[in-house]
Structures are given as C-alpha cells and as structure tokens.
Design a binder for this molecule. Sequence first.
Ligand SMILES: [Zn+2]
Length: 391
Amino acid sequence: MALTHWLRRHSFCLSRRKRSLLWKLTVVALASLLFCEFLIYYLVIFWCRWPEVGTPAPGRRGPVLKAMFLADTHLLGEITGHWLDKLRREWQMERAFQTALWLLQPEVVFILGDVFDEGKWSSPKAWEEEMARFRQMFRHPGHVQLKVVAGNHDIGFHYEMSPYKVKRFEEVFSSDRLFSWKGVNFVMVNSVALEGDGCGICSEVEAELTEVSRRLNCSREVPGSSQCAGGQQLPASAPILLQHYPLYRASDANCSGEDAAPPEERNIPFQEKYDVLSREASQKLLWWFRPRLILSGHTHSACEVLHRGGVPEISVPSFSWRNRNNPSFIMGSFTPRDHALSKCFLPLEGTVLSTYCAAAGLLVVLTFARLECLAKPFLSVWTLLRMHMAR
Ligand SMILES: [Zn+2]
C-alpha cells in the first residue's frame, strides 16, 4: 500500500519535472534560433550609419542620394548547390537585405554582378526558379530602385557568353547603361564584354558605352558644340562606374583591412580578362568616362585602389556567407559634386556558430542536471522494492 502511494506521488513529480525540463529546453532552443536567425541582423546593422558628405557652402546643400552597393551574392543553382547550403545562405542574405532596407532606408541598391552562381549554365526552367528566389530575397518597396550589373557567373565568361544569355539577363535586369538620379550619374558596365576582341556583344557594348561617354562629356563641357546638340541633357557631374570586374591591378598585394584577401592570396598575380579587366579596357574606361569613383565586385574581398589621375576604386566584398565569414555592403551618400562611403559589416558566421554551440552546451547541461534528479526517484523505488521483497 505504502509502495503504491509512494509510486503514485513520485510518478506525478516525475512528469512535472519532465515537463519543466522540456519547457526549459524549448525556451533555450527557440531563444537561440530567434537570436541567430532574426535579432542578430538588427543588432549588427543598427550600428551602421550613412556617411556625411563634405559640408557644402552655406545655402548650397542639395539633396543627398543614399545608395547601397553589394556584390557576388552567388545564389546557388541546381547543379553544384547543396540544398542545405542553398537554404542557409539564401536565408542569411534575405534577412540581411531586408533588415538593411528596413533600418537604413536606401533609395537605390546596386548589385555588382554574380547574382547567380550558375546563371551561365541555367536551363530556362532553372533560370525561372532562380529568378523567383532572387525576387523573394531582394523584394523591395516600389520607391527603392534595384539595379544589377552583369557578372561572369550570370552570363558566363567571355568564351561562354552568348546573345541568348545576355538578353535573358537584360530582359530581367534592364539593359540601361546609365542611371541618373538627384543629379548623380551612375554608369553600369557589362565588364564581361570588354574583352576587346571585337566580338558581336563586345562591339555592341563598346558602342553603347562610347555613346554614354559622349553624352556625359557633353554635360560637363561647354554645351553647343555640334557633337553635343540635341538629346536630353544629363546632370553635369562626373559619373560613378559600376562593374563586376575590377580595373586592372597586378594583384591584391596593396590591399589591407579586415576583409581584404587573406595574406597568402594577396600576392598571387591577377590574370587580365579573368580576375581583372585588361589594361587596355581599364584605360579606355578611365579615358571615356573620367569617373570620380569606381565600384566593382568579383574578387569577393575588399580593396581600395587609386588609379591614375587619383580615381579611387573600391572592391566590394561578397555579400554571401558562403564566400566570407564577415560579409558586408557599402553605403554611399552622393551629391552631384561630392560623395562619402562607409562599410556596413554583417553578423559574423563565427558568432552565429558560437551562439548555437553555447546553446547546445546549455541544453546538454540542463538535460544532464535534470536526468540526475530524475534518476533519484528511480533509485529510491529500486531500494524500496528490494526492502519489500526481502520481507
Ligand atoms: Zn565574378
């Protein structure tokens, strides 16, 4: 009788303890999930600030354009991408992008190529699926402009590029080479087509760029010359070049900073037309546009280069955690005459993994601590039974 009573009392306590353990485990697991998958993006991006553009003369402060630049998102495809890798990376990029949009409210976002990892191989069906995922991840309100330049993974390297792939890309992301807003001119270059071998696509792209260059030069020089007559006048402002391949540089040896290429890779010489544009194409772009700033992607690492004539180029690191532990994007404030840039780092992959490991450790400790408590009543039952049988 005493044993039955004791068992009933302890089975009640046992289920209460089990429930309490389960409750604690659920809370820890959900809290770590909520932190690592949502809150961390707000906590990190909250500290990013739009840079201040140089103080203009009193009464001359014009509108400032707030632009965000990111590169090399490499949305995985069906051929080489593992579904788990795809799910994880796309979730991270979506959260980072949506949080940045909400907190920072940019007016225009530029993606500097290699949006897709397998755009160069995608079948029409796969391309549609990848586009659907892109639209979901990078959804944005109507008042925010999203502009994309082509990268070698989107349309293929020069040798695999075809009119079909270029058309497919430009039908979705527009074929415009020039974007002007608030008196600021951005030139979006298809740098994959700057091979300089006179191929059909290359000739077309060069012709478009020289026309844009003519229009920009007309806006910056004394109007009225015969070459500049007619057409819509552009803002008289030195343009910003946006492209996937960086202008020619020998290597990343002079790059520094926490997100520059790793030291063992910095001295590896760059190959023209593969890692960077050819010297000739780089020279042409500088000569055609006389830009005030160049932003490029492709290397996945950060770098600041000063080209001839003091033109700065910023290599924007990859936005994907697949390529970096510390992805980032560039925030730029632009006026027709001036600009300022800052970098916004995203949560470190290492921090997220450490948090999950700490949470997993806590779950194990909680379980073991409770198991010890749970084991006690069983031991008591065993002792009681032995005493009962011995009688
Ligand atoms: Zn690339």
